[in-house]
Ligand binder design. Structure first.
Ligand SMILES: Nc1ncnc2c1ncn2[C@@H]1O[C@H](COP(=O)(O)OP(=O)(O)OP(=O)(O)O)[C@@H](O)[C@H]1O
Ligand SMILES: [Mg+2]
Length: 269
């Protein structure tokens, strides 16, 4: 399905989400002070699938991603309109517990950001913040999250070592483990491989593939091949607007909008 941003009020959905739609973004606009960064974005994010956000620098990918877990709230002068529904509830509604919301939405950033503490403490951090002290729960979560993030075999004998001693790729998988330990429904990833070498990148891509189905993943990437490899659906953004949204294979081989074709074939951006 495509989204032509000149028509307001439409939420575009893609076919093929067997678990249905988890997030519905409707007429979503966002301003930093007087500068509008997002214009009437409307799209459904399918549960359990991987959705890629692509587009040239400054088009609003990170802004939209941060809009999904309300990370932008921390910015002075920020204003939004429209809705982002999570299972039907507007996350911008007056009664929403923002801390609770961020627990549902794990976030992974461009630059791995492990805390200066042990590998184990990093992964268990979300539980400890919640006051979990039970040793078995902590140990089980640690092992499960590290296995889920494909890091267990590499670190199981040095769980008490400082996380800052890990390689960049291991640090990023640790950050994914930490996000997973918080038991989120959604994983938001903002260019998670941009600071990594090709081998570490391939491992993260394999991991994303393994996490498909268990989590709903939204990933921002500048790398067209990566979007094509890892995502089920792709949204192309340009100048703050959602230009086209559809199944990744269609967006990359047979997009309906000329601008999308120009971008995916590398003619600009
Ligand atoms: N904190 C902020 N305050 C003011 N303007 C901002 C802020 N963050 C982003 N912007 C502006 O909003 C627009 C969208 O930025 P955003 O970071 O979302 O783009 P992006 O698509 O993620 O770009 P990139 O690919 O370079 O990361 C840009 O014009 C940017 O300058
Ligand atoms: Mg960005």
């Amino acid at each position: 399905m495509i989204r032509n941003s000149d028509t307001n009020g439409t939420v575009y959905h893609v076919q093929g989400g067997p678990m249905g739609t988890l997030l519905t973004i409707k007429d979503f606009c966002l301003w930093y002070g007087r500068a509008q960064a997002l214009f009437d974005v409307g799209m459904g994010v399918e549960k359990g699938l991987v959705t890629a956000l692509i587009g040239p620098s400054g088009c609003g990918k990170s802004t939209l991603l941060r809009g999904i877990n309300r990370m932008n709230d921390l910015i002075d002068g920020l204003r939004t309109s429209g809705e982002i529904l999570l299972d039907g509830t507007d996350i911008y509604g007056p009664d929403v517990d923002v801390i609770g919301l961020r627990k549902v939405m794990g976030m992974v950033f461009q630059k791995p950001n492990p805390f200066p503490m042990s590998i184990a403490d990093n992964v268990c951090y979300p539980l400890k913040v919640d006051g979990v002290r039970d040793k078995k729960t902590l140990r089980d979560t640690l092992e499960n999250a590290l296995k889920a993030s494909a890091l267990w075999d590499e670190v199981k004998d040095r769980l008490q070592d400082n996380a800052l001693g890990l390689s960049g790729g291991q640090q990023q998988r640790l950050c994914i483990a930490r996000a997973i330990a918080g038991d989120p429904e959604v994983l938001l990833m903002d260019e998670p491989c941009s600071a990594l070498d090709p081998v570490a990148t391939a491992k993260i891509e394999d991991l994303i593939d393994e996490l498909r189905g268990r989590y709903t993943i939204v990933i921002v990437t500048h790398n067209m091949q990566q979007a094509a490899r890892v995502s089920d659906n792709t949204a192309f953004m340009y100048l703050g607007k959602l230009i086209e949204y559809g199944e990744t294979s269609v967006i990359f081989t047979n997009p309906k909008v000329e601008k999308t074709m120009e971008y995916v074939t590398g003619r600009f951006g």
